[in-house]
Design a protein around this ligand. Structure first.
Ligand code: G3I
Length: 330
């Protein structure tokens, strides 16, 4: 049977989000199946700079070394986000919120240190993550926005570009195919481009579920984003077994039902058909985990509710959805 990366060789690299622990346990398998890795948490602000000016690179370095050793590409995730950042980054030592200038200095310093350190190995960065509101309103009310103002977004890309002018720089978001949010993302990115901001791609995270029929919205989003003449990547793909509105714990389920697996297969089939059709615009498809034994969805949106969102089951064996994804006629 073909591996994922063999099947998609002429299309786009297939990536996966991992941790050092997962690399220790499943490293050989990962290197066989995937072309690229992303650190699920280890390159986020709080992991790399847990306190102002104190950097911890050990875990990220291990992952970069793994990628290098196995000739895998590496995506960088993520430089400017409202989550997983110590609040003290926005505060003076003796309390109180820092000024715009100080905040820009801290953002610039973080980006410079991180992007520069990994510029030989990390080929792209999710520079700006999840700044658009899901509901009404345009920008999410983040600390970065409050302290710096709207141009914090431009600065993030400019700092990243200054640190590595060869890196592919992304805006990355979830619900990116939901029409209302999609259009806001489009306007944001179009506006940044018009200002000459160095932005090269849109990351559609791809946290989807089997309660939705994702293909229609996905195609409309791919069409719309393609007009911006930027790269598109699917950056965090998983296909939850629960509709987002399903907040129940489901203790009765010891494994996925036949119906769930069937729906998941249909959804994976549908979205990969589209990825292939839009291969001229898509420069990567990354899963947000390897196999069903571990996923962040085991704790989201319901804590301790097992989920099975990938192409490989809890034992690392291929699921029916895998065959659908790798067996296709050009
Ligand atoms: O590191 C601590 C550990 O010391 C502590 O004992 C443990 C107890 O809960 O928590 C550990 O931190 C957890 C961290 O993952 C590392 O495992 C956090 O609680 C947990 O909230 C955190 O979750 C991550 C989440 O981002 C945080 O927002 C998920 O693993 C990660 O998959 C998820 O990834 C995000 C992307 O970055 C952006 N897009 C959405 C995606 C899913 O939320």
């Amino acid at each position: 049977m073909k591996t994922l990366k063999e099947a998609y060789k002429e299309y786009f690299p297939i990536g996966v989000a991992v941790s050092p622990e997962i690399l220790r346990k499943q490293g050989v398998f990962i290197a066989e199946q995937f072309d690229s890795i992303t650190a699920e948490n280890e390159m986020k602000f709080d992991a790399l700079e847990p306190e102002l000016g104190r950097f911890e690179f050990e875990e990220a370095d291990q992952m970069v070394a793994f990628a290098r050793e196995h000739q895998l590409k590496m995506r960088g995730h993520t430089l400017v986000w409202h989550q997983q950042i110590p609040q003290s980054i926005f505060e003076w030592e003796n309390g109180g919120i820092i000024s715009r200038e100080e905040s820009l200095k801290r953002m610039g310093n973080h980006i410079q240190r991180v992007v520069d350190r990994y510029k030989e190995d990390v080929y792209c960065w999710d520079v700006l993550n999840e700044v658009i509101n899901d509901g009404e309103g345009y920008l999410r009310d983040t600390k970065w926005l409050q302290v710096i103002g709207e141009d914090y977004m431009e600065y993030a890309f400019r700092f990243a570009y200054e640190a590595d002018s060869k890196s592919v720089l992304f805006y990355n978001d979830y619900n990116a195919i939901v029409p209302k949010k999609r259009d806001k993302i489009y306007e944001l990115v179009k506006g940044l481009k018009a200002k000459g901001v160095p932005i090269h791609g849109i990351g559609i995270q791809g946290h989807w579920n089997i309660g939705d029929h994702n293909a229609w919205n996905l195609e409309a989003a791919l069409k719309k984003f393609a007009r911006l003449d930027l790269q598109i990547q699917i950056t965090e793909l998983d296909m939850s077994m629960y509709a987002f509105s399903d907040a129940k714990t489901h203790p009765e389920l010891k494994g996925p039902t036949y119906e769930m697996l069937k729906r998941q297969e249909e959804e994976y089939d549908a979205v990969f058909r589209l990825f292939r059709r839009y291969k001229d615009y898509i420069s990567g498809v990354t899963f947000w985990g390897v196999s069903d034994d571990y996923t962040w969805l085991d704790n989201f949106p319901v804590k301790y509710r097992k989920n099975w969102p990938f192409l490989f089951d809890e034992k690392g064996e291929v699921k029916a959805a895998y065959s659908k994804v790798i067996n296709f006629n050009k």
